[in-house]
Design a binder for this molecule. Structure first.
Ligand code: ADP
Ligand code: MG
Ligand code: MG
Length: 209
């Protein structure tokens, strides 16, 4: 039934929520170096609201599209901040590709990840090299798309590519977002949103496959 995909989505959001609560202090610390320090609390609030909203609609029989749209709206509303709006758009775009129908072939997950990247780029206007979550997300999607392996293997390789991308943001001076006025201070520290993206996709890896 269509609830099968939705229940996997809820399971994934639950794992995302667990890891983001665990990482709250470290993400806040990273954001405090050149930003306003609220990335940990924002991701924690957003994922709490997101999984709660998803669970509520999935329990009523909603499919993945409806479940992720509810999660995205709640995440965006409760997180506040730039990353909250971007994660809201990413989750909604992911769901719009999965659809509300029954079942989900592996290729659809790859297309959904690509749609999330497009949504974040469209809404935020950032490109690779701007020291944002795009520096982790784009290599993640490129690796996922380029892999001929089965989905769990491809996902694992994509997580490694995201990690390398996130790490590389330490060498960039921030030009966008709240950390822009303090851009120089960001040199030597990775972008908090790129780091939390890796936390999220690594957590999701355990429900893939
Ligand atoms: P805020 O900057 O509003 O305080 P957060 O601290 O939660 O929001 O999120 C900051 C993160 O959001 C950054 O580390 C970066 O990864 C991401 N970000 C900021 N602006 C953009 C943008 N225009 N495009 C993509 N990601 C962005
Ligand atoms: Mg912030
Ligand atoms: Mg803020």
């Amino acid at each position: 039934a269509s609830q099968d995909v939705a229940s996997t989505v809820v399971e994934a959001l639950d794992l995302i929520h667990d890891v983001l609560l665990e990482r709250q202090d470290e993400l806040g610390r990273l954001d405090s170096i050149a930003g306003d320090g609220d990335h940990g609390i924002g991701m924690s609030r957003g994922s709490t609201a997101g999984v709660e909203a998803a669970r509520a609609v999935a329990a009523k029989g909603a499919g993945a599209l409806t479940t992720l749209a509810a999660a995205g709206a709640a995440w965006s509303e409760q997180a506040g901040g730039t990353s909250g709006a971007l994660w809201g758009a990413a989750l909604t775009a992911f769901g719009s590709v999965l659809g509300d129908q029954e079942g989900c072939r592996p290729g659809l997950v790859v297309e959904a990840a690509a749609a999330s990247l497009d949504a974040v780029k469209r809404l935020g206007g950032a490109q690779r090299g701007d020291k944002t979550m795009i520096d982790a997300m784009e290599p993640f999607v490129e690796t996922l798309r380029g892999s001929a392996a089965d989905l769990p293997t491809a996902w694992g390789a994509a997580v490694l590519a995201a990690e390398a991308g996130a790490r590389s943001t330490a060498d960039i001076v921030a030009r966008l977002g709240r950390s822009r006025p303090l851009g120089e201070k960001s040199l030597g520290t990775p972008d908090p949103g790129a780091i939390s993206f890796v936390d999220v996709v690594r957590a999701v890896g355990s429900v893939i496959g």
